[in-house]
Design a protein around this ligand. Structure first.
Ligand code: NDP
Length: 445
């Protein structure tokens, strides 16, 4: 459709050198052709033109002092993308690859993901090109404090509520929350993913991984399948990967591979997920340390080759564009049944094409990894009132309901738009419709 091509061309022209952002916009626009045909008013109101332009983009300096006394400077970002449905909500990423285009792609995805949860949250994202690897605890603390010394003036429980992402776990959230509280002199939930002793929610740590597996389980159920005895390959070994693995095991699946940015582990008999969690979460070591206890387990240094391992279910949970068409072809040739995206945009467009054309069940990130932000919203809800924290079971049940609802919404929307079984199309359309209706009602702003 010419109109959609024009919108995309404008994005590329106005924001050159942001290939990940272009990729995420292109994917959404491609899915929207039948929607614009049914709703010409969206074109008249410039909904798409407004949607692809962030409401606000902040870039700031983060000076800090390392352990040798040397002054370091990093760059900080917060992109407040769309607040039609509620306060901006989305994580902070600390990784050397972070730039404005990466944060815009993540923020753009977040708008639709958050809409799919059905909760009142808008879309945003932030982070820094700071590399936490090899930094001492003191350096991490000083960096987080400096980051928040600027960010605090742009966030609050009512306007923008960040959370974690790659390189930002409970330790970093704790340091940022402490600095926010100190500067503002208020004890309020302006950030989620907090520790349980100071306003965090049970299940937040597990939420993205658990939610991914709940979603994939619904997708399998629709074909009369389950996780029982399925061999599952999971890339990454961070927050999302570790808790997806835990839930896979609970449902009877066998986790046979994990990776990190330097290598992958493979054992066809199944890996000890508790040991992997202890290595990555508690000891903060490389995944290869697993071989200290299990020298017979295969450990390969090319982590990208993880997709050549024969498996029934693949869960990419590390980072964007980690699974390309060559990897997808290997998975298909090895008889993969389902692929569920735990990371944001882990499959390239060509990989998705290969998987879908081969009849592989495909769970798109926007829908399948929405569990983290959903429980973050439940944390906001608990922070907004003096209440006894909700029990693990209560939050977990709510998470499962939300994921099942997202699955049902994506499946029904795909069917309504004559693309039965295409959950990626269903997710893009359903998420868009929720945001577009709210934008329409709120006038040209
Ligand atoms: P973590 O930092 O906890 O873990 C990331 C994992 O991926 C680590 O094992 C890391 O390896 C590996 N990794 C990171 N970058 C690369 C890279 N460039 N190449 C290969 N491996 C890499 O992050 P999360 O688990 O929180 O996030 C993982 C993905 O899930 C991201 O795409 C994130 O945006 C997405 N996501 C996260 C949510 C959350 O709640 N945390 C919510 C929704 C989506 P190493 O240990 O060597 O660094």
């Amino acid at each position: 459709m010419q109109y959609l091509e024009t919108v995309l061309d404008d994005v590329i022209q106005r924001s050159p050198n942001e290939p990940e952002f272009h990729q995420s916009v292109r994917e959404v626009l491609l899915a929207l052709e039948p929607v614009i045909e049914r709703h010409p008013e969206y074109q008249e109101l410039g909904i798409l033109e407004r949607l692809v332009e962030p409401e606000r983009q902040l870039i700031f300096r983060i000076p800090w002092v390392d352990d040798t006394g040397r002054t370091r400077v990093n760059r900080g970002f917060r992109v407040q993308f769309n607040s039609s449905l509620g306060p901006y909500k989305g994580g902070l990423r600390f990784h050397p690859s972070v730039n404005l285009g990466i944060i815009k792609f993540l923020g753009f995805e977040q708008i639709f993901k958050n809409a799919l949860t059905g909760l009142p949250i808008g879309g945003g994202k932030g982070g820094s090109d700071f590399n936490p690897e090899g930094r001492s605890d003191g350096e991490i603390m000083r960096f987080c404090q400096s980051f928040m010394t600027e960010l605090f003036r742009h966030i609050s429980p009512e306007s923008d509520v960040p959370a974690g992402d790659i390189g930002v776990g409970q330790r970093e959230i704790g340091y940022m929350f402490g600095q926010y509280k100190r500067i503002k002199n208020t004890y309020e939930g302006a950030i989620t993913g907090k520790g349980l002793s100071y306003g965090g929610s049970l299940v937040r740590k597990e939420a993205t991984g658990y939610g991914l597996v709940y979603f994939v389980n619904e997708m399998l159920r629709s074909q009369g399948e389950t996780f029982a005895d399925k061999r599952v390959v999971i890339s990454g070994s961070g927050n999302v990967a570790l808790y997806a693995a835990q839930k896979v095991q609970e449902l009877g699946g066998i986790v046979i591979a994990f990776s990190d940015s330097s290598s992958y582990l493979y054992d066809d008999r199944g890996l000890d997920c508790t040991l992997v969690r202890s290595i990555k979460e508690d000891r903060r070591q490389r995944i290869s340390a697993y071989r200290d206890d299990h020298p017979d387990v295969q450990c390969e240094t090319n982590h990208r080759d993880i997709w050549s391992i024969p498996c029934d279910i693949a869960l990419p949970c590390a980072t964007e564009n980690e699974l390309d068409d060559v990897a997808a072809r290997k998975l298909v040739d090895n008889g993969v049944l389902a692929v569920g995206e735990g990371a944001n945009m882990p499959c390239t467009p060509r990989a998705i094409d290969v998987l879908q054309k081969s009849g592989v069940l495909f769970a798109p990130a926007k829908a399948a990894n929405a569990g983290g932000v959903a429980v973050s919203a439940l944390e906001m809800s608990q922070n907004s009132q003096i209440t006894i924290p909700w029990s693990f079971e209560r939050v977990d049940t709510k998470l499962k309901d939300i994921m099942n609802n997202i699955y049902a919404k994506c499946a029904a929307t795909a069917q309504e738009y004559d693309q039965e079984g295409n959950l990626a199309a269903g997710a893009n359309i359903a998420g868009f419709l929720a945001v577009a209706e709210a934008m329409k009602a709120q006038g040209i702003i």
